[in-house]
Design a protein around this ligand. Structure first.
Ligand code: COA
Length: 260
């Protein structure tokens, strides 16, 4: 894997750990981070050695404290739209990844940081994690999908409350709202995230990819998610892994999935 200037990567046992590495700026998302995330997610799509990924932030304080506010200076309307479009492109790529991606949220997940965590398939938070969409304090709205994904995850009422008050909530509150899947001790965050992603990647890879596609079909305009499910169920039944999974059950042994 190539060296990145704002990301650290480590591939162990098929799990790619992606660490956003701008600790002195609380891992704020500047243009380079967004481009490098784009590149590393392309690698994840392409590289058969990579089965899934964890995204986290460097240091004890922040996952990501938002988009890099220094890059907002002098932005005009067209520039603003381009910034949002680029964020959507990269975060949609994360969301629609056929391989599972977990956000291990190790501190502040504000603005673009909360949006990045929400673009991942699952979120595990350390006890010190803090979530919020404070954009209205800056005179803007979230531009990396926050108005949509927050509403999908926690519902309209609470989403509007967080988006309009700019309140920051702690990990326990985020779990209560359904914004995170689990809250764990800070020292265990990576270990538990790894265990979760390893459990998922031990399942049939095509079935995992189709679960992701089928669930997200629910949120696509003009698409009947039940039709998508029917199509993808049929596709899974036609795989060798389906034969292997059912045979393994009947023969009382562990399945050996090949992703075929
Ligand atoms: N963009 C650019 N730089 C950021 C940043 C962001 N979103 N968030 C933090 N930083 C930088 C700070 O400017 C500071 O840099 P400096 O040392 O060169 O001055 C450094 O990271 C440390 O942040 P600091 O504010 O000193 O830490 P803190 O512990 O006092 O406060 C936060 C932490 C997260 C509450 C505070 O940094 C903050 O409010 N950040 C912005 C959050 C935000 O509005 N995000 C949404 C953006 S759309």
């Amino acid at each position: 894997m190539k060296q990145f200037s704002t990301l650290l990567t480590d591939l162990t046992d098929g799990i790619l750990l992606i660490t956003i590495n701008r600790e002195d700026k609380l891992n704020a998302l500047n243009k380079t981070v967004i481009s490098e995330l784009d590149e590393v997610i392309d690698e994840l799509y392409k590289d058969p050695e990579i089965k899934g990924a964890i995204i986290t932030g460097k240091g004890p304080k922040a996952f990501v404290a938002g988009a890099d506010i220094t890059e907002f200076k002098g932005l005009n309307e067209e520039g603003g739209k381009a910034l949002a479009r680029r964020g959507h492109e990269v975060f949609n790529k994360i969301e629609m990844s056929p391989k599972p991606i977990i956000a291990a949220v190790n501190g502040f997940a504000l603005g673009g940081g909360c949006e990045l965590a929400m673009a991942c398939h699952l979120r595990i938070a350390s006890e010190n994690a803090k979530f919020g969409q404070p954009e209205v304090k800056l005179g803007i709205i979230p531009g990396y999908g926050g108005t949509q994904r927050l509403t999908q995850l926690i519902g309209k009422g609470k989403a509007l409350e967080l988006l309009m008050t700019a309140d920051t909530i702690d990990a326990v509150c985020a779990e209560k709202l359904g914004l995170v899947n689990d809250v764990v001790q800070t020292v265990e965050l990576l270990e538990i995230s790894r265990a979760m992603i390893s459990k998922i990647t031990s399942m049939a890879p095509i079935a995992i990819a189709e679960v992701i596609q089928s669930v997200y079909a629910h949120f696509k305009d003009g698409i009947d998610g039940f039709d998508t499910e029917t199509e993808l169920f049929g596709k899974c039944v036609a795989t060798a892994d389906f034969v292997e999974g059912t045979n393994a059950f009947l023969e009382k042994r562990k399945a050996n999935f090949k992703g075929q």
